[in-house]
Design a binder for this molecule. Structure first.
Ligand SMILES: C[S@@+](CC[C@H](N)C(=O)[O-])C[C@H]1O[C@@H](n2cnc3c(N)ncnc32)[C@H](O)[C@@H]1O
Length: 290
């Protein structure tokens, strides 16, 4: 029995159009995800086929941003899956601290890859500032946060969110790191100063290096298996020795010689520093200094 879906020439044509006309490369995206998402826009226009939808897309300037919107599931929140952050504090940060001490580093680097409007990055900033502030106050924490969509990055940099989002933040952190104004909340300047937002497409090589912790949650859903594999290899190449990778609750690494499971429930993985010698990992283990 073949698991390969039948060819879909109309989808191929639409992908070609988006690549050639808008420079958007959908070749990495999971096919059923793409078909589901395109279906939303097709229904909106009563387009009975992808060919018909492509005609609408090419004739109507307003349609392209709408399509980008549905291709980007942008739901995010502060302290999303709260117990994950308890597990990080209890199990992961002490290991990162120990490993960093052993290489006499005083800087902790974290990358929130696919950060949407920034809540994940600010959550990590609060957690790490609190943890290292108590344990190793002279250490510097740097959070790198990237997304493919500039509109999200704009919102993220402003660090201002509707007031009702405050309830997602534990009261102690809220008191220390968030200012409440009429109708909105804003993360405090010291927190903003810890986070550097930048545009980055995960289908291209990373621009950060020697990272101690990578968060890439609820993003891999966009990618085909092959592309996921490439991304994991790139993560491995830019991570420090003994570093951790955290995926979304429903995302798993099926089989890898680059990462081992550290916490199954919370989908926390640890970098394997010396992957199997027969493996094909160009960057694996290449960096041993910071
Ligand atoms: C559901 S949000 C996840 C936000 C956050 N990580 C979380 O779990 O709450 C997915 C994000 O991935 C971003 N994204 C999608 N494709 C991407 C790509 N190729 N490179 C970088 N980010 C991408 C989207 O723009 C969106 O902001």
């Amino acid at each position: 029995m073949s698991l390969t879906p039948p060819p879909n020439p109309e989808l191929d044509e639409l992908k070609r159009y988006l690549r050639d006309r808008h420079g958007v490369d959908l070749s990495h995206y999971n096919r059923s995800f793409l078909e589901r998402r395109l279906g939303i826009r097709m229904r909106h226009h009563n387009a009975e086929s992808l060919g018909r939808y492509l005609k609408i897309l090419s004739e109507n300037k307003q349609e392209f941003p709408q399509l980008l919107n549905v291709l980007s599931v942008n739901v995010t929140e502060f302290f999303r899956d709260g117990a994950l952050y308890d597990a990080l504090r209890a199990k992961v940060l002490p290991v990162i601290e120990r490993v960093s001490q052993s290489r006499s580093s005083r800087e902790i680097r974290v990358w929130s890859a696919g950060c949407a409007s920034g809540q994940e990055a600010y959550t990590l900033a609060m957690l790490l500032d609190d943890y290292f502030g108590r344990h190793s106050p002279s250490w510097k924490v740097r959070i790198y946060a990237s997304d493919i969509q500039e509109a999200f990055l704009h919102e993220a940099k402003a660090g201002r969110y509707p007031k009702e989002k405050a309830a997602q933040i534990p009261p102690e952190f809220r008191r220390r790191y968030v200012a409440e104004a009429a109708g909105s909340i804003e993360v405090c300047p010291s927190l903003k100063g810890m986070v550097q937002f930048f545009k980055h497409d995960l289908a291209t090589p990373p621009t950060v290096e020697l990272v101690d912790l990578v968060f890439c949650r609820n993003v891999m859903i966009y990618f085909s298996l092959d592309s996921k594999d490439h991304i994991l290899r790139r993560f491995h190449g830019c991570m420090a020795s003994g570093a951790f990778l955290v995926l979304g609750g429903s995302e798993i690494i099926l089989k890898s010689d680059l990462f081992e499971l550290a916490d199954d429930w919370h989908k926390i993985y640890q970098r394997i520093d010396q992957p199997h010698p027969g493996g094909d990992q160009p960057n694996a283990g290449a960096r041993t200094h910071r």
